[in-house]
Design a protein around this ligand. Structure first.
Ligand code: CDP
Ligand code: CDP
Length: 219
């Protein structure tokens, strides 16, 4: 039987950074489900399809093939066979992902891939509905959050390091809007699973959060 760790939480909480670290230190696979939604979003953007039009999205999905590969232990996202890992990190794609993720047909498309990875590997999987919906039997569930100001400041720092100028207010507004969409959709909304450990990382370093989660693992 595999050991699965589910990490859910809002945008910029530190999920991917922490999940990658914990997975590396435990020799588990890190599965980034947000990247899968982002890949579908990129496919829709390329086709010029609006996520607000569910019927159009559903009709386009068969032409949007999403698969993953691992290169040097890093998850790579393939869209119709093309490695798009470097193209899915923009705010435009993130916002489109959040809108598309509210559609049942989009979630359905990724369900089997996510479940199968956890069935066959020890994983640290992060997203919005992993503990509540995808891996309800996960041995450890974490709900990782931080204040909106902290999360926006982290995102701003990331963008500045890449040389991309951006206003703090715009980033904060985008984050709040995306959280709102993710928490209030009908299907698989972002919420803490009843048996998840709540962790507010606003005043915690990456090392501290990693150690805390590792201390909860009972392999
Ligand atoms: O995956 P998610 O959107 O939840 O967040 P992330 O991309 O892992 O983290 C956003 C930024 O916050 C990254 O630049 C991390 O290095 C930083 N971070 C931090 O400064 N302190 C933490 N305790 C966790 C993340
Ligand atoms: O890195 P960040 O936290 O900004 O977002 P992400 O994890 O890359 O996810 C992008 C979007 O995909 C989220 O805003 C969610 O709407 C959606 N998503 C989801 O609905 N369910 C998941 N398990 C993962 C992501």
């Amino acid at each position: 039987m595999t050991y699965n760790i589910a990490i859910d939480g809002p945008a910029g909480a530190g999920k991917s950074t922490i999940a990658r670290r914990v997975a590396g230190e435990l020799s588990f696979i890190y599965v980034d489900t947000g990247a899968m939604y982002r890949t579908i979003a990129l496919g829709l953007l390329r086709e010029g399809i609006d996520a607000g039009n569910g019927a159009q999205v559903e009709a386009a999905l068969p032409q949007i093939q999403v698969s993953i590969a691992y290169r040097d232990g890093e998850q790579q996202m393939l869209l119709n066979g093309e490695n798009v890992s470097g193209l899915i990190r923009t705010e435009e794609v993130g916002n489109m992902a959040s809108r598309a993720a509210a559609l049942p047909c989009v979630r359905e498309k990724l369900l089997d891939l996510q479940k199968e990875l956890a069935r066959t590997h020890n994983v640290v999987m992060d997203g919005r509905d992993i503990g509540t919906n995808i891996l309800p039997e996960a041995q450890l569930k974490i709900y990782l959050t931080a204040s909106a100001d902290t999360r926006a400041a982290r995102r701003q720092k990331e963008l500045q390091e890449k040389g991309i100028p951006c206003s703090f207010e715009k980033i904060r507004d985008d984050i709040i809007k995306r959280d709102d969409q993710d928490m209030h959709r009908e299907i698989a909304p972002l919420m803490q699973a009843a048996d998840a450990v709540y962790l507010d990382s606003s005043d915690m370093t990456i090392d501290e959060v990693t150690e805390k989660i590792k201390s909860l693992v009972n392999v």
